[in-house]
Write a protein that binds this ligand. Structure first.
Ligand code: NAD
Length: 694
């Protein structure tokens, strides 16, 4: 894209570096081409991705003032970054801002976008890559939107506990069918190119080389603006908005309950009340955005956003892995291979089972589809992904990932065989979930270059990867693996070779407590509901079924042998299920019946405080133990890992952040009470008394 973009801008007599005709320094450049068209290029200084800050908007305002004084034939807005139009607002600037400051800033910013909208020449936004959040709102203030194939548009502010604040809640429902606009904003989902065209967000979809022709055709009046449909007119009636609003509220409440996620509910209320009055809607948008920014939910979701960024930047070396060889094309290996190839690496894969290798290719196509890759990108991915039954790729690989069966003897044999063929300097990483690296290292070809790379199931959906070091793993190996994970768009967290590492160590006591409650006769729906009410994405009994009851049993057995603090005894029910072959989702039956798809979560039954604490405190206690023992570097990393591997209620900021908010003394006290009532598995960890960051 970068090459094509440079070519294009050069063709417009504008250069990325600021050409003869280009005016301005800073984040924008402006110049006119031979047809009198003004080109305003957003290209943030010192950043590879555009974000919209107050400085960016102030500079835009200055440009608009000059443009108003000397109007071009048309104004084209586009990005000078290869990666896309703009990723959204500058979150660093927003975080921690008080309500008054936020109101002031937003009012000013609205003024700039209104000025852009009010220009008396046609304005055209040309979008390649993503235009998200404030970036999309900027684009919405233009008369036309021209999408380059692959462009996407979205307002994901709800993911930060907010809603759009730069006029998006006003302009999007004016541009497209209002309920579709609300749907996009309420879910924070992205409209990829074809959908953006169907919805009416993009007036035209073109390839990069046809951009100038498309602009000319807009200026000749050949591109009709879509007229507002019947539905849009109907929603100028407040009774119609109330009716639709009630339905939206019901749907939203199911996915994002108001107590946990106030932003979408505030958005519905604003639309219901002011949907026919743009001026009042703007005022309401600014006021409610400023208020939401102060909410605990938004603070914690912004915290999760920063944690994600910290994990991505954890490596202090550049990624040097070009070729990855994967051993085992089962559930994990196949999808890891597909994901890694999709991210641009060369991948070879061995498996004695030919069928598994064939299925891997099918899986790769699905993974590409899930990531909205076009036919060309999918073909490129498949070109990079090579079934390699004889393992010729081993000798060329910079990294070998072992994802064979969870059997120590078999892994030992695989390692010995790899040792004969791996090239010097290559890393061997195992994907084991439940085995200690210390028990495998003796067969690894080079101890310093042996580590764990623990992906979670499914690897294309769960972003976290634990990078596991044993005693002899070198810092260089760990760093190379951290850099590799970041390069393949996963979130690495460095952990030590302790039983269950971090995530399974913390998750297992929670899952087992749920099964013990089940053993005690409490309905599975009630147990699951307790976790859902807390904000978990799925109940623990459903989760156990999803993970596979055989895998749960394996991990539980291996943990119970090796931990100093006891975990809950392994519930008889779990063994019975595994013995009966009811392994959960994969066999169609576990604790739930999965034969007709995912069971509906229970919504009616009553929960008690005790039930929620009984489930959660063992998880919190295990996280605390992991931080205290240095299994993970910090409480923040533990929180990030639990959010990005298990979906731990992100609006609570992570398990240890939640514990801090409740107070370590209270957590300690509750654990003591449970210890007395249920036994030593609840023994409070020393962390609660020692940690200085109370
Ligand atoms: P799986 O049984 O689905 O796949 C294992 C694959 O290895 C099979 O395709 C098998 O044919 C192949 N294989 C057998 N012997 C081999 C050999 N000598 N050389 C190469 N391939 C061989 O298992 P899985 O669930 O994909 O698990 C693989 C690893 O990933 C295990 O270590 C497991 O602990 C770990 N893991 C699994 C999950 C999960 O949820 N399934 C999650 C995280 C980690």
């Amino acid at each position: 894209m970068e090459g094509r973009l440079r070519e294009f801008l050069a063709g417009s007599k504008l250069e990325l570096g600021g050409g003869r005709d280009a005016l301005g320094s800073g984040h924008w450049r402006y110049g006119r081409d031979e047809d009198g068209i003004g080109w305003l290029i957003l290209d943030r200084e010192d950043a590879t991705v555009n974000t919209i800050s107050d400085e960016v908007l102030r500079e835009l305002d200055e440009h608009l003032e000059r443009i108003e004084a000397d109007l071009p034939t048309a104004l084209v807005l586009r990005s000078g970054k290869a990666k896309g139009f703009a990723a959204g607002a500058d979150i660093d600037a927003l975080a921690g801002m008080d309500a008054e400051a936020a109101q002031g800033l937003l009012s000013e910013a609205h003024g700039v976008l209104d000025r852009l909208e009010g220009l008396s020449c046609p304005t055209i936004a040309v979008v390649h890559g993503a235009a998200l959040g404030a970036g999309f709102e900027l684009v919405l203030a233009c008369d036309y939107r021209l999408a380059i194939e692959g462009a996407s548009f979205g307002l994901p502010e709800v993911r930060l506990g907010l809603h759009p604040g730069l006029g998006g809640t006003v302009r999007l429902p004016e541009l497209i069918e209002p309920t579709a606009a609300m749907q996009l904003m309420l879910t924070g989902s992205t409209a990829h190119t074809a959908k953006a065209r169907d919805l009416g967000i993009a007036d035209l979809v073109v390839e990069e080389r046809h951009v100038r022709a498309a602009i000319a055709s807009i200026l000749r009046g050949e591109v009709d603006k879509r007229s507002r449909g019947l539905m849009a007119r109907a929603f100028s009636l407040s009774s119609a908005r109330s009716l639709a609003g009630a339905r939206m509220r019901r749907e939203t409440q199911k996915a994002a309950p108001k107590d946990h996620y106030p932003a979408p509910h505030a958005l519905i209320a604003n639309w219901e009340k002011h949907g026919d009055d743009p001026k009042a809607m703007r005022k309401a948008e600014i006021a409610s955005f400023a208020e939401l920014l102060q909410s605990e939910t938004s603070r914690n979701l912004i915290r999760a956003f920063f944690l994600r960024r910290t994990l991505k930047q954890a490596a202090d070396t550049a990624d040097d892995i070009a070729h990855v060889h994967i051993v085992g094309a089962g559930i994990m290996g196949a999808e890891i291979a597909a994901w890694v190839a999709m991210q641009g690496k060369r991948v070879t894969v061995t498996d004695p089972d030919q069928e598994a290798l064939g299925q891997m290719i099918r899986r790769a196509t699905e993974v590409c589809e899930g990531a909205h890759k076009d036919a060309l990108e999918t073909r490129d991915t498949l070109d990079r992904l090579m079934p390699d039954p004889r393992g010729y790729g081993v000798a060329r690989a910079d990294l070998v990932i072992e994802a064979g069966p969870e059997k120590p003897d078999l892994k030992a044999q695989i390692f010995t065989d790899l040792g004969k063929r791996m090239k010097t300097g290559a890393i061997l990483a195992t994907n084991t979930s439940s085995l200690r690296l210390a028990d495998l290292v003796d067969n690894a070809p080079a101890k310093a270059r042996f580590a764990g790379l623990h992906f979670f199931n499914p690897p294309s959906k769960v972003p976290l990867v634990e990078v596991v070091s044993h005693d002899k793993t070198s810092a260089e190996t760990r760093n190379r693996l951290l850099a590799f994970c970041a390069a393949i768009d996963r979130l690495p967290v460095a952990v030590a070779d302790s039983p269950g590492f971090l995530v399974n160590r913390a998750l297992m006591p929670y899952l087992l407590e749920a099964l013990l409650l089940l053993d005690e006769g409490i309905a599975k729906e009630r147990i699951d509901k307790a976790a859902l009410n807390f904000g978990m994405p799925m109940g623990p009994v459903t989760l156990a079924d999803q993970v596979g009851l055989d895998i749960c049993l394996d991990v539980a057995e291996s943990l119970s042998k090796s931990l100093e603090t006891p975990i809950a005894g392994i519930p008889a029910l779990l063994r019975d299920k595994v013995e009966a072959g009811d392994l959960g989702r994969k066999t169609g039956r576990g604790f739930y019946d999965w034969s007709d798809g995912t069971p509906e979560p229970e919504t009616s039954s009553r929960i008690g405080e005790d039930l929620t604490d009984r489930l959660l405190l063992p998880m919190l206690n295990a996280c605390a133990e992991c931080v205290r023992k240095g299994v993970v570097g910090s409480a923040d990393e533990a929180d990030a890992a639990m959010i990005f591997a298990t979906g731990f209620a992100p609006f609570r900021g992570g398990p240890l952040h939640y514990a801090r908010a409740r107070g370590h003394d209270e957590i300690h006290q509750r654990l003591k009470e449970f210890e007395k009532a249920h036994g030593p598995r609840f023994k409070p960890d020393a962390y609660w008394r020692n940690d200085t960051a109370k």
